[in-house]
Design a protein around this ligand. Structure first.
Ligand code: HEC
Length: 266
C-alpha cells in the first residue's frame, strides 16, 4: 500500500511543477507551485507590451506581484525603509526591485504563456525561455525606465540590500559624493551580474578581486567598455548607452574607492 502511494506521489503531474521559493534573508519562509499559490492569490490574464518581444502585446496568466508578496510574507515587505525584493533566476542572475515600485502596482509575476502553454514564447536577443516565473510590468514600465524584468525566476528574497551585500557600500564618503552616486548606479545597473569581492551577481566577472578592473584597465578604456561592450567584443554584457559621462566617472570613482577597501586578500 505504502509503495503504491509513494509511486502515485512521484508520478503525479503536480510533483513535476516548478516551485517558487520565498526567502527572508536567505531563509525559506514559504513556497508553492503556481497551482498551489493560485489557491491563495487570484490570477489574471494580462496583456503586456513586452520590450523583450519588440514591444509586442503578449498574453500571460499572472499573479499580481504585490498581493502575491503579501500572501508569502505578510504586509511587512512593503514597509521596510529602502526595502527591496530580490528575484533569483535559475542561472544565478539576480534582479533587485525596490519594494515601493512593486507596491505601486502594475507588476505581475507571469507563470503561463497564453498562446504557447505549456511552452513559452522565447524572449530577448538570446531567445531564452522565460519560465517558470517571469516578472512583467504594465504601463510601459520598461528596463530603460529602471524596471527590471527578470525571467526564469525560481526564488524571491526580501532582505535589505545592505544586509545581503554589506561589503558593497562605499565607506568613508558622504551621501552626495561621486562614490556614493557610483554605488547607486552599480546597484541599479551592475550588481545583478557583477560582484565585488564575491558579493553580488555571478553572471559576469568579479570587478574587484583578486584585482580591481581599475588597476588593470586604463580609465578611459574601462569607461568606454562599460558604455558599449559590444564595440570591443561579442559577449554577454549589455550596452549601457544611456550612462552619461558623469555617470561613468561616478562609477569609476566608486570602483576605484572599493579597490582600496578590498575585504580580504585573495
Ligand atoms: C546582464 C549582465 C551584465 C550586466 C547588467 C553588466 N555586466 Fe559587465 N559583464 C558581463 C559579462 C558576462 C562580462 C564578461 C564578458 C565580456 O567581457 O564580454 C562583463 C564584463 C565586464 C567588464 C570587463 C571586465 C574585464 O576585465 O574584462 C567590466 C569592466 C564590466 N563588465 C563592468 C560592468 C559595469 C560597471 C556594469 C554596470 C553599469 C555592468 N558591467 C553590467 C555581464 C554584465
Amino acid at each position: 500500500m505504502r509503495s503504491v502511494l509513494l509511486a502515485a506521489v512521484l508520478t503525479s503531474p503536480a510533483a513535476a511543477q516548478p516551485v517558487l521559493e520565498a526567502r527572508a534573508k536567505g531563509v525559506a519562509v514559504a513556497s508553492g507551485t503556481a497551482a498551489q499559490l493560485s489557491a491563495r492569490v487570484a490570477t489574471s490574464r494580462v496583456v503586456i507590451e513586452n520590450p523583450f518581444l519588440d514591444g509586442r502585446a503578449k498574453a500571460y496568466e499572472a499573479f499580481p506581484a504585490a498581493p502575491l508578496l503579501d500572501a508569502l510574507y505578510g504586509r511587512g515587505w512593503r514597509e521596510v525603509d529602502g526595502g527591496e525584493v530580490t528575484f533569483k533566476a535559475s542561472d544565478g542572475y539576480e534582479a533587485h526591485v525596490a519594494a515601493a515600485k512593486l507596491a505601486a502596482g502594475g507588476a505581475w509575476l507571469a507563470f503561463r504563456d497564453h498562446d504557447r502553454a505549456p511552452r513559452w514564447e522565447p524572449v530577448g536577443k538570446r531567445a531564452v525561455d522565460p519560465g517558470p516565473f517571469f516578472l512583467v510590468w504594465e504601463g510601459g514600465k520598461t528596463p530603460e525606465k529602471g524596471y527590471a524584468w527578470p525571467w526564469q525566476v525560481v526564488a524571491l528574497d526580501t532582505a535589505r540590500f545592505e544586509d545581503v551585500y554589506p561589503g558593497l557600500a562605499p565607506r568613508g564618503v558622504k551621501g552626495d559624493s561621486p562614490e556614493a552616486r557610483g554605488y547607486k548606479l552599480f546597484r541599479l545597473d551592475c550588481v545583478k551580474c557583477h560582484g565585488l569581492d564575491q558579493e553580488g551577481g555571478k553572471v559576469g566577472p568579479d570587478l574587484n578581486s583578486p584585482q580591481s578592473v581599475t588597476e588593470y584597465r586604463p580609465k578611459d578604456q574601462l569607461k568606454a567598455f562599460i558604455r558599449k561592450p559590444s564595440s570591443f567584443r561579442f559577449g554577454q554584457m549589455p550596452d549601457h548607452e544611456s550612462l552619461s559621462d558623469k555617470d561613468l566617472e561616478d562609477l569609476w570613482r566608486y570602483l576605484k574607492l572599493k579597490a582600496g577597501q578590498r575585504q580580504k586578500s585573495w
